[in-house]
Design a protein around this ligand. Structure first.
Ligand SMILES: [Zn+2]
Length: 433
């Protein structure tokens, strides 16, 4: 073997290592994005691990036997930072975000490919095979992401919009549906021959950009998403019943069931169910069973032990390297499970959770709690075409959470959307009188 043969093999090997390091960093980064989209802060150990991988990647690309290549260092650092900001935007735009973040999120399916030109120029002008490998890998990943998002985005069936959904849509769009559709990139909204319909998501497709449409733009939950919430909530409740877990419908979902006669609130963005941990139903047993059932039935179970919170969403069983990429999507139909434990607080037996819900009072131990006898023994209530477990005194429970729960409060993240919505409902109340 000649010296040049050896250097070719060494070059291929280091390029492959650089490529693998990029994939590992990318995967670790998109995994972290599950936190903001679930309203929690990224965990410190996982953030540090991702940061360390990124530092190692940049160092590997820019260090060689000849010393530090400053140009490669700067280019790899700027490129990865810019790309990761683009990738993170949709996860952060779940909450009210700055205009640049909102802009990047809106174009999140393909914004990574905007770096194709700079990547090409850097790759052709800087003779560093490790840098070239990183640029090619990153752009290939972005191209695959784009292809998958767009291929999955086209297959759902068309749903007609009912009058209520349509009037909310028209009002939030200030009458110009076409401009509204274009401005917010609402791919699902189909306007043809004067008819308005919605290209619905399905369990096997990417979900609608749900949080944008409902929480930010103030639209009603799309019919496809309502359909999926119905299936998912009954699925999760069914799993909990089968494993013997004491559970009940929670928060806004319970409010819908009681106040809206078994329906969802118009703008519902997830279904909340609570579970009481006991000596028999421990955290480990509950999560293990849910993960096992989910893997079998095509659901993704995301576990946040520190927050006592489990998030379940549809996910066809594809075990593959890029699975955490789902965190780049702008929406997700979820059922969230919050955990309660029975404790004694100020001399009374209460069921306590660690995260705040509505106006639930604080407990002696620093959590949030409801009197045990308001919840147990649980009963059932009609919900989305079936029966689901609910607290024994649902009205008293809702009063603790929301005070006068018959009065409608809008939970949109965008105050302008909430205001418009209140006006729509005020008008329709007047017309129905
Ligand atoms: Zn949908």
């Amino acid at each position: 073997m000649t010296g040049s043969d050896v250097s070719i093999y060494v070059g291929i090997f280091t390029a492959a290592v650089a490529s693998a390091l990029y994939v590992a960093t990318y995967r670790s980064f998109v995994y972290l994005l599950r936190y903001p989209r679930n309203w929690t802060s990224p965990s410190l150990p996982e953030s540090l691990a991702t940061g360390a991988l990124a530092v190692f990647l940049v160092a590997f690309v820019s260090l060689s036997a000849d010393g530090l290549d400053i140009l490669s260092l700067v280019v790899s650092l700027v490129f990865i930072t810019a790309l990761f900001i683009i990738i993170a935007a949709p996860a952060y735009a779940f909450q009210p975000a700055s205009r640049p973040v909102e802009f990047l999120a809106k174009h999140g399916d393909y914004a990574g490919l905007w770096l194709l030109g700079p990547a090409l120029i850097a790759g052709l002008t800087i003779p560093n095979i490790k840098l070239q490998a990183v640029l090619v890998t990153a752009m290939a990943v972005e191209a695959m992401w784009f292809a998958r998002q767009r291929l999955f985005g086209q297959v759902g069936r068309l749903y007609p919009l009912n009058n209520r959904d349509l009037s909310v849509l028209k009002t939030q769009a200030k009458g110009d549906l076409e401009a509204f559709r274009r401005r917010h990139h609402i791919r699902e909204l189909v306007l043809a021959n004067g008819a308005v319909s919605w290209r619905g998501c399905e369990k096997s497709t990417a979900p609608c950009a749900f949080n944008l449409y409902v929480n930010r733009l103030g639209l009603n939950t799309a019919p496809c998403c309502r359909e999926q919430m119905k299936d998912l909530s009954h699925y999760v409740a069914g799993c909990l019943s089968k494993m013997g877990a004491v559970h009940w419908l929670e928060g806004g979902s319970l409010l819908g069931a009681i106040r809206e006669n078994g329906a969802l609130l118009d703008w519902e963005d997830d279904v909340d169910i609570s579970v009481l941990l006991t000596a028999d139903m421990t955290w480990d047993r509950l999560t293990a069973r849910l993960v096992e059932d989910g893997a079998r039935d095509g659901y993704y179970v995301d576990i946040f032990k520190k927050n006592g919170f489990i998030s379940i969403s549809a996910d066809p069983p594809r075990r593959w390297l890029f699975r955490p990429e789902r965190n780049r999507m702008r929406g997700e139909i979820r059922t969230d499970i919050a955990i309660y434990r029975q404790v004694v607080s100020y001399g009374k037996t209460v069921l306590e959770r660690c995260s705040k819900k509505g106006a639930m009072p604080t407990t002696e131990g620093g959590g949030f709690g409801v009197p045990k006898d308001i919840v147990l023994p649980t009963t059932t209530t009609p919900f989305l075409g079936g029966e689901i477990a609910c607290p024994s005194q649902p009205g008293a429970y809702l009063e603790i959470l929301y005070g006068n729960f018959q009065k409608i409060e809008y939970t949109y993240l965008d105050p302008a959307a909430a205001e418009t919505r209140a006006e729509i409902d005020a008008c329709s109340d007047l017309t129905s009188v």
